[in-house]
Design a protein around this ligand. Structure first.
Ligand code: GUN
Length: 292
């Protein structure tokens, strides 16, 4: 069993990106510029944003954060998006999700110029990805694909079972791994809350991707011997032994599942750090005009 070290791979990729930025700057170009838009003060969103800002520094990017209070109107938020769309100094920007209930998330995403949508959430990017055209791909599934690639895990002809059908992870990773590509060329099954026989499905997986947000959902009797297990779960659970009172918990019962796997990602330190690196990668593509 090998633990997939997302922390190590993400550090390597950040160094590669930083080296390219150094070359760009040395030849008279400007640094890639990523802007984050954050509404409210949700703990998870605050820490995502802090990690993104730190990663920008490590990669040599310029970055800034635009904050709004919870009571911002949809119109005010969209006005800011239009400003960012038209700002030639901004290569890409993200609006941190989730947004407060009174704001229509889809309307906000659609207001973003898809050429600056480094989250890969705009319907144009989603559609282009679906039919295999160049586009911004969403960060978490891209991070998973990078891990499979860097660990030389053969995906061709493998049965990949995805747990969860979110727009951010489940749907796009299923799509990316079914593409005629390497990594890719998988036979993909997507399971969700209405799937009656999830355990039987999981047992057929050569590659199991758990992205349902249900702590330790995947138990050892659901995993085939030698499977590759990718854990996307990042639920905060109470933990009085930690100073901050919580810890991150994955969707996989790591302790009991790991011995059966050929490869497995830990939580934290697996997919999480890769998500941020994918965003950096997309921002570099935006800045260098390589996305399309
Ligand atoms: N919320 C959780 N993950 C993400 C992400 O990758 N991008 C944005 N914008 N919001 C998120």
């Amino acid at each position: 069993m090998q633990i997939i070290d997302g922390k190590k791979i993400s550090a390597q990729i950040k160094e590669e990106i930083a080296a390219e930025v150094k070359e760009i700057v040395a030849s008279g170009g400007r640094r890639p510029n990523l802007v984050g838009v954050l509404v409210g003060h949700d703990g998870g969103s605050e820490s995502y944003m802090a990690s993104k800002t730190k990663a920008c520094e490590q990669c040599g990017f310029d970055s800034s954060l635009i904050r709004f209070d919870d009571d911002v109107t949809q119109e005010q938020l969209i006005a800011k998006i239009q400003e960012l769309n038209n700002d030639k100094g901004v290569d890409g920007f993200i609006v941190q999700l989730p947004l407060p209930k009174h704001i229509d998330e889809e309307a906000v995403i659609e207001a973003i110029d898809y050429r600056k949508d480094v989250d890969g959430f705009h319907p144009v990017n989603v559609g282009r990805m679906m039919i295999g055209l160049p586009c911004f791909k969403p960060a978490t599934p891209s991070g998973i694909v990078m891990l499979l690639e860097r660990y030389g895990i053969d995906t061709r002809g493998k049965h990949c079972v995805v747990l969860g059908r979110s727009n951010i992870v489940g749907k796009p990773i299923a799509n990316m791994l079914m593409q005629k590509a390497q990594p890719g060329n998988c036979t993909v099954t997507v399971c969700h809350s209405a799937t009656p026989n999830i355990k039987e499905m999981c047992l057929q997986a050569d590659i199991l991707i758990a992205a349902l947000g249900s702590p330790e959902f995947v138990k050892e009797d659901m995993v085939k011997e030698g499977a590759v297990v990718i854990d996307v779960g990042t639920t905060r659970v109470e933990d009085s032994t930690r100073e901050r009172g919580w810890r991150l918990c994955g969707d996989v019962d790591f302790e009991h599942v790991a011995p059966k796997c050929s490869y497995i990602t830990p939580v934290p330190g697996g997919v999480g750090p890769m998500t941020i690196v994918s965003l950096m990668h997309n921002t570099l593509l935006a800045a260098t005009g390589r996305a399309y």
